[in-house]
Design a binder for this molecule. Structure first.
Ligand SMILES: [Mn+2]
Length: 280
């Protein structure tokens, strides 16, 4: 039917391969059931897809072209409304199906990182996690909830062990979280990140609130004083010379609070540059 002039506008751009031959696979997770700030990140996967059509596939930073990679948009996870456990279980099973692929998971809120890391850890027992985030997300519980976007890195820390998380851009946390980070050798915002010997497989989670609200206002919990886009891209391109990245996610974009979709646009750029940096 290729002679028909039709397209599905809600596929991430560069969606050009079938599952068997695709290398990079997008998965949207429209879940915001535990959001404590502004809700609406469930709308992000489709909004980011929409904004992706504004981008050039070529990167001036990386000097490579996204359209040369084998990519597939796998669609959105069907979440179980109001049920975090069942949703996370579905996500874990779905990520399992993507074995051998390079997953790019688009939230949704930050708790969705947990089942993805769980699954990746089964494939890569030495997995480390680099977290770009304004918040540490290391609280043990929040309003009687242990599985929430503010506890996600605590749960991940418990399953992957000490010294395996590096946090970049964190600037909003309480003393208890800081104490936990110290005790479990979670490294915070190392200025000398490039000197860290991060050997072995790495998973990256990008909470969009790591960026300054001036360029990313549409997130659930904005925090002033964040990174610029250029700082992020330059950092990941330097890291790409050293790191073996096995997948990443981009979470917490909140379209109902996003002026002119600028945060979704930024998220689409972050997806593009992060793929190009780590998938040769
Ligand atoms: Mn977060």
């Amino acid at each position: 039917m290729s002679e028909l002039y039709v397209e599905n506008p809600l596929e991430f751009w560069c969606n050009n391969y079938g599952m068997s031959s695709a290398d990079v696979v997008f998965l949207g997770v429209p879940f915001d059931g535990t959001s404590t700030g502004r809700v609406g990140s469930r709308e992000a996967p489709n909004e980011i897809r929409k904004m992706s059509y504004n981008l050039e596939t070529f990167s001036k930073y990386n000097k490579r072209d996204l359209s040369k990679l084998k990519m597939l948009d796998y669609g959105n996870l069907i979440v179980v409304p109001g049920d975090t456990d069942k949703t996370l279980d579905r996500l874990e099973k779905t990520v399992k199906e993507l074995k051998e692929k390079f997953p790019v998971v688009i939230g949704g809120e930050h708790i969705i990182t947990l089942p993805v890391v769980k699954m990746m850890l089964k494939q890569h027992p030495n997995l480390k996690v680099i977290q770009f985030d304004a918040h540490m997300d290391l609280k043990d519980e929040y309003i009687e909830n242990n599985y929430s976007h503010v506890t996600v890195m605590r749960r991940i820390s418990e399953i992957i062990g000490d010294g395996r998380i590096i946090q970049v851009g964190t600037r909003s946390f309480d003393p208890e979280e800081k104490e936990y980070a110290k005790k479990h050798t979670i490294t915070k915002t190392p200025a000398n990140l490039l000197d860290y010997a991060v050997k072995g497989p790495v998973y990256i989670t990008v909470d969009m609130d790591v960026f300054d609200p001036a360029i990313a206002p549409g997130v659930s919990t904005p925090a002033p004083g964040g990174m610029s886009f250029t700082e992020y891209v330059e950092l990941i391109n330097k890291l790409s010379e050293k790191l073996e990245v096995v997948g990443f996610d981009v979470v917490e974009t909140c379209p109902p609070h996003d002026d002119a979709s600028m945060t979704s646009l930024l998220a689409a750029e972050v997806v593009k540059e992060t793929i190009l940096a780590f998938r040769k």
